[in-house]
Design a protein. Structure first.
Length: 66
C-alpha cells in the first residue's frame, strides 16, 4: 500500500526541489531493480511516478504564479 499523499502546498520551494530529487532517485532505483529482478508490487512504480509528477506540477504552478 502506498504511503499517504503529502501536502505539497505547505512545503517551501526548496523543500519541494529536495523532495523531487529524492523521489526521482528512488524511482530510478526501483525501476532499475525491477528490470533486473521483478519486485513484489510493480504498481508501486506507478505511485512513485505519479508522486514525482505531483511535485513537478506544484513547482510549475508556483513558477507561473497560480
Amino acid at each position: 500500500m502506498p504511503k499517504a499523499k503529502l501536502d505539497l502546498k505547505s512545503l517551501s520551494d526548496q523543500d519541494l526541489k529536495e523532495k523531487l530529487s529524492e523521489e526521482s532517485l528512488r524511482l530510478k532505483k526501483v525501476t532499475f531493480s525491477h528490470a533486473v529482478t521483478p519486485i513484489e508490487n510493480p504498481m508501486s512504480i506507478r505511485f512513485m511516478r505519479r508522486e514525482v509528477a505531483r511535485i513537478q506540477t506544484e513547482i510549475r504552478r508556483r513558477e507561473l504564479g497560480f
